[in-house]
Design a protein around this ligand. Structure first.
Ligand code: GUN
Ligand code: ZN
Length: 430
């Protein structure tokens, strides 16, 4: 038998989708734990301590969670996070595109990829889905950095061939196809790497490029396809001008074969009824990026309304349009944005969105995002009293949700007691 580690603490398990079914379905195990063997979980439940094990790591009354899954980020924007004063299109031109031009240098790409993954691990995030830049080197850099940590990383070359993107940051329809195809065959399924075909968004691609990437996706239906959808009102007007024949923004993807179950659409704030229906019918994934949507001034995503329809949804920081690397800060922003729409999101829904929800939209729910036997041992342990401000509130808690909610609202990297990736302890010690 291989070496087995028993990890004990409090555990919350979700049987259904708390956006659709009652959050009371969640099971709270006050004193339980899990057993990991190699990279995987082999037992979860109240009787963990009775299972055979070689060593025991006790986290006391800390909460053992699945590692957070950040379903939409731009790792190349790490260095320009928190850049002041612009809305989407000006923000891209002023801050983002000049920074992304630097990623043709493999040394620079490697340095930022390493810094980025260290930052997310500090914040309890064990999986990310990242956009890269047009440079294939930028894709190699994040997959190599992910492999060094054995993380489940989804990434793809960001394709842009229209003159709306600056010179120096444009490919062609053919290059986008060829380079994406080469990167896909080099990386997809190697270790934990997952390739995502990545047209940045309709305004920076020609119809020829969207068509080429739609063809590539048809040849590789096993891959994800990630892009942006209906983030800002000005952007939607721009799309209408560039694609006059399209029914709406989603149709600019749909017409080129870029709508499907494995499609992952970031933001999706200002959706038309037809777009909502089509996204739901295809079972496509939407990714809520609340700190970005407030920071860049984009709008208020309809989390509760879409959730009630059963729409697959995940949560993301959208680094560096978002203002934090922390999924705890992101859950707080999701709560606040929903409040502005008159809806209160429950702690169970927030936690689920940041873990199993994101894993589902990345089609990796059988590996990550929940604590289940056979899943990868990607684990984040939360200290529910990490600061005096949080501790004085959580000590009044009358149930587990009241104990957890202050950490979701006020917690940051100080609440991350420990992080495990594929059975290895990478943060916080044992
Ligand atoms: N739309 C197209 N590109 C981007 C990006 O890099 N960040 C955000 N927030 N929206 C985008
Ligand atoms: Zn984005």
């Amino acid at each position: 038998m291989n070496y087995r580690t028993l990890i004990t603490g409090q555990i919350l398990r979700f049987s259904g989708d708390p956006f659709v079914t009652a959050w009371e379905d969640c099971v709270w195990i006050e004193t339980g734990g899990l057993v990991i063997e190699g990279a995987r979980i082999v037992y979860v439940g109240p009787d963990a301590a009775k299972q055979a094990h070689d060593r025991h790591v006790s986290y006391g009354d800390a909460l053992i969670c699945p590692g957070f899954v950040d379903a939409h980020v731009h790792y190349p924007q790490t260095g320009i996070i928190a850049s002041w004063g612009k809305r989407l299109i000006d923000w891209l031109n002023t801050y983002t595109f000049p920074e992304e031009m630097r990623f043709g240098d493999p040394g620079y790409a490697k340095a930022i990829a390493e810094t980025y993954l260290d930052l997310v691990l500090d914040n309890g995030t064990t999986s990310v889905a990242s956009y890269c830049t047009i440079h294939p080197e930028s894709v190699d850099a994040i997959f190599e950095a992910g492999a060094r940590r054995n993380m489940h990383v989804v990434a793809g070359k960001t394709c842009m061939d229209r003159d709306t993107a600056p010179e120096g940051l444009r490919d062609t329809a053919q290059d986008a196809y060829d380079q994406s195809a080469a990167l896909l065959s080099a990386w997809h399924g190697v270790g934990r790497a997952q390739y995502a075909i990545t047209p940045r968004f309709s305004p920076t691609s020609t119809p020829e490029q969207l068509d080429a990437l739609g063809a590539l996706w048809k040849e590789h239906p096993e891959c994800l396809m990630q892009t942006h959808l209906s983030e800002q009102v000005d952007e939607i007007a721009w799309v209408r001008g560039l694609y006059p024949a399209a029914q709406d923004y989603l149709d600019t993807y749909e017409a080129f074969g870029l709508l499907g179950t494995r499609g992952v659409y970031g933001h999706a704030i200002h959706l038309e009824p037809r777009e909502r229906d089509q996204l739901r019918e295809h079972g496509a994934g939407l990714v809520h990026c609340p700190t970005s949507n407030t920071f860049i001034g984009s709008g208020l995503f309809d989390l509760a309304g879409l959730g009630r329809t059963g729409q697959p949804m995940g949560l993301a920081t959208d680094t560096g349009g978002g203002s934090s690397f922390s999924m705890l800060r992101t859950m707080a922003a999701a709560y606040e944005v929903a409040q502005l729409r008159g809806e209160a999101i429950h702690a169970a829904q927030l936690l689920r969105l940041a873990t199993a929800g994101s894993a589902r939209v990345l089609h990796a729910g059988d590996q990550i995002g929940s604590l289940e036997t056979g899943h990868m041992a990607d684990i984040t342990v939360l200290d529910l009293a990490s600061t005096s401000a949080i501790a004085q509130r959580s000590e009044r808690a009358e149930d587990i949700w009241e104990a957890v909610f202050p950490t979701l609202m006020m917690g940051d990297d100080r609440a991350i007691r420990s992080v495990w990736v594929a059975g290895e302890n990478l943060r916080g010690g044992t």
